[in-house]
Design a protein around this ligand. Structure first.
Ligand code: XMP
Length: 431
């Protein structure tokens, strides 16, 4: 089915993604295009029914003010002329109002756009596209259990079933219950072809005695690639690699007017001779749409609404040189924190919350005797883009309850602290 599409021409606005998302929120699919996209190329876009020229403060590139090809006004679809810069800016485009939804609503009417962009349509389209791309070939996917890779797996399974092989590497730094959940949901419930790799000892042995945070990250990343590569080489005839690339990854990889925020992530680092064609069914979705897609595909809520979790996992929350004893304290205390936040209705409301365990002990008393045990630090923050963050004002009673549970239920821990530091000057993670 061809869906209506609104093209957003990027004329230097930093709000392109927000406008694209706002159009989709009204049920019409939208995509961002470079300002100099040729009118003929736009005309060839299936479903094109309107164009938003989106100006902003980055309109001047290398001292020259950029503009769209005047041919876009002659394509026979409605064009709206809008700018994001402040009113005193000498813009030749009218300004967006603070809430753009009204302007977008009337524009969509003017374009006679069909408001039928929804997850059921998206899934049906993607299943067809995946079947066409994959044919009878085989696909490999690194399934971490995170939102993006889980949704990619569920979509590809729906399209081509056991032509997909998922590899789940348990590096020992996952949260309590996560590897088990991946096996349960994908192997048992979805019938996926899942290779489960227990690499716990291998990772922890490599990390033993390493206290520098960057070194720890590098070891975890490099070892992950090595394990994944070994598994890939064991499998015959795989030509395609599934990836959880999402639309912000593409947008943040840099446009003609915006500086690159980060390079497009991929399973970089795989050896040259392991060449795969990529399968990226989520590359046009925003994060909340990925979650909606996962939910529509039947993935459990705690997988779909998972809080962000760093690639190096609990490894950057077990401060300094990782030991198995302290790793268990991080894992168990994190599980208690997550359970109590869920029971208190904070799951999905607080952006990120976790525990951290430093590599020193303090004096305590247990069984009427002096004992040296580790402290646990609770961190709970809110943010929009992870560049800055504020501290969640967790209710005192809840903190007391969590403290009571941690010191009673987690062996080796005698103190609980709450981290009050916003970002900046602290980062969200401790390492
Ligand atoms: P910071 O600590 O830099 O974290 O304020 C910002 C966000 O990024 C996450 N984070 C990572 N994610 N690999 C990742 O995939 C990493 O090495 C990493 N380090 C931090 C962090 O959890 C927070 O959401």
């Amino acid at each position: 089915m061809i869906q209506s599409l609104i093209a957003i021409l990027d004329l230097g606005s930093t709000e392109n993604a927000a406008i694209a998302r706002a159009v989709r929120a009204q049920g019409v699919y939208s995509e961002i295009f470079a300002h100099d996209t040729a009118p003929e190329a736009l005309k060839a876009v299936p479903g094109l029914c309107g164009i938003i020229i989106n100006g902003g403060e980055n309109r001047v590139v290398d001292g020259v003010s950029i503009d769209v090809d005047p041919g876009v006004y002659r394509l026979g679809v409605p064009v709206i002329n809008v700018d994001h810069t402040s009113p005193d800016h000498a813009a030749d485009l009218p300004a967006w109002p603070e809430d753009p939804s009204g302007v977008i609503d009337s524009f969509l009417d003017k374009c006679s756009a069909q408001r039928n962009w929804n997850m059921d349509n998206f899934i049906a389209d993607q299943v067809e596209l995946l079947k066409r791309q994959i044919g009878s070939r085989k696909v490999l996917l690194a399934l971490s259990g995170g939102v993006d890779s889980s949704v990619v797996a569920a979509l590809i399974i729906k399209a081509v079933g056991d032509q997909l092989t998922c590899v789940h590497v348990n590096h020992g730094l996952l949260r309590k219950g996560e590897p088990e959940q991946v096996v349960k949901v994908f192997r048992e419930q979805m019938g996926a072809n899942l290779v489960y790799v227990d690499a716990v000892d291998r990772f922890l042995d490599k990390l033993a005695g390493v206290s520098d945070p960057e070194q720890k990250r590098k070891i975890i990343g490099a070892e992950f690639i090595r394990v994944f590569e070994e598994e890939a080489r064991k499998l015959d005839g795989i030509e395609l690699l599934g990836q959880g690339t999402i639309y912000p990854d593409i947008i943040e990889s840099g446009t003609k007017t915006a500086k690159m925020v980060k390079s497009h992530h991929n399973v970089g680092g795989l050896p040259e001779d392991l060449k795969f064609e990529l399968v990226e069914p989520l590359k046009m979705l925003f994060k909340d749409e990925v979650r909606a897609c996962g939910k529509a595909l039947g993935l459990p809520d705690d997988m779909v609404y998972r809080q962000p979790f760093p690639g190096p996992g609990l490894g950057v929350r077990c401060l300094g040189a990782i030991t198995r004893e302290r790793l268990e304290i991080v894992r168990e205390s994190d599980a208690i924190l997550r359970e109590e936040f869920r029971l208190a209705g904070l799951q999905g409301k607080v952006w990120q919350y976790f525990t951290v365990v430093p590599d020193f002990t303090s004096t305590g008393v247990r069984n009427h005797a002096r004992s040296m045990e580790y402290p646990v630090i609770i961190r709970a923050v809110n943010t929009v883009d992870a560049m800055t963050a504020t501290v969640e004002p967790v209710h005192w009673d809840l903190l007391m309850k969590i403290t009571d549970r941690i010191v009673n239920e987690v062996p080796g821990c005698n103190r609980v602290l709450y981290d009050m530091s916003p970002k900046p000057f602290a980062t969200i993670e401790w390492e």
